[in-house]
Write a protein that binds this ligand. Structure first.
Ligand code: PLP
Length: 285
């Protein structure tokens, strides 16, 4: 495998950043993860627009121009022979002597790009089985709309899920409503077939897959309600699913040990999943 690090293509096993990279010391950086399907980068434009927003919210400079970044992403995908999988990119505020405040002007931000293959059958299998979810209290800061690499609460929540035999954890706010997963957005389908997902204010990440699923739902003539929903409502829903670039839409069949509907992946989720690739923006990799 090959990775890109600050201007160079290196063997993945030997690729490294400096010990004084601010991403390493302070989690002072942002990232994006794009799906690659059948040789296309999915929704690249939306991912780069969100990267731009994350960078500007944190006053981190672009490490290279947007068009140069696209070239690097394609090159990393090509060099790794990825037709189906993921491309990951991370930008940090750069390498500087350790000091919490921003480094001196002119410090270049760091860029790392990696790609990996994932067999489509592996994700398809998850969609056929469905996922188990646990709920955990929200304990993150109030700017999780920024796609920052500062992910410690997400790491701990995901580990808690794993130890409980589940695959995702949902953060629940003080009112008992569902925020989002540790690495996904949360959705339910009501008994009358409407899709419900939380409004993308500062309280959740505005998932790119979430945005594109709005397009897919419109195309399929499904109704969307952007509103908060409670854990109880999710447990009583017709269907429950999560969305992310890694999973697209994957059914949830169990919440905190309680079976959702009949315990089988729902047909509405699967139809969204099926239509997704046709409707998403496809950029040749
Ligand atoms: N919410 C969180 C906390 C995430 O980490 C992710 C993706 O990693 C998402 C939502 C889904 O976003 P996207 O659809 O852009 O992958």
């Amino acid at each position: 495998r090959i990775a890109y690090v600050n201007g160079r293509y290196l063997a993945h096993s030997a690729a490294a950043v400096h010990i004084e990279d601010r991403g390493y010391q302070f989690s002072d950086g942002v990232y994006e993860m794009c799906e690659i399907a059948r040789g296309y980068i999915i929704d690249m434009k939306r991912h780069l627009d969100r990267l731009n927003r994350s960078l500007s919210e944190l006053s981190i400079e672009w490490p290279v121009t947007r068009s140069a970044l696209i070239v690097v992403m394609r090159e990393v995908v090509r060099r790794n022979g990825v037709r189906n999988g993921l491309v990951y990119l991370q930008v940090t505020r750069g390498v500087a002597p350790r000091d919490h405040a921003f480094p001196k002007p002119g410090t270049r931000s760091s860029l790392v790009v990696t790609a990996k293959r994932i067999a489509p059958s592996a994700t398809a299998k998850k969609a056929e089985t469905g996922l188990k979810i646990i709920t955990v209290p929200e304990n993150r800061w109030d700017r999780v709309d920024i796609k920052s690499v500062s992910l410690l609460p997400n790491v701990l929540a995901k580990q808690q899920a794993r130890e409980a035999g589940a695959q995702e954890a949902w953060f629940i706010d003080a009112e008992g409503t569902v925020k989002e997963g540790a690495s996904s957005n949360a959705w339910i389908v009501t008994q009358d077939g409407a899709l419900v997902t939380r409004p993308a204010d500062h309280g959740i990440l505005r998932g790119i897959t979430r945005t594109t699923l709005f397009d897919v739902a419109a195309k399929l003539g499904m109704k969307i309600e952007e509103r908060a929903f409670s854990v109880a409502e999710a447990k009583a829903a017709r269907e429950v699913f999560i969305s992310s670039a890694t999973t697209i839409a994957i059914p949830v069949v169990d919440i905190d040990g309680e079976t959702v509907a009949n315990g089988h992946p729902g047909s509405i989720t699967l139809s969204l999943r099926e239509a997704f690739f046709d409707i998403a923006e496809k950029s040749p990799a």
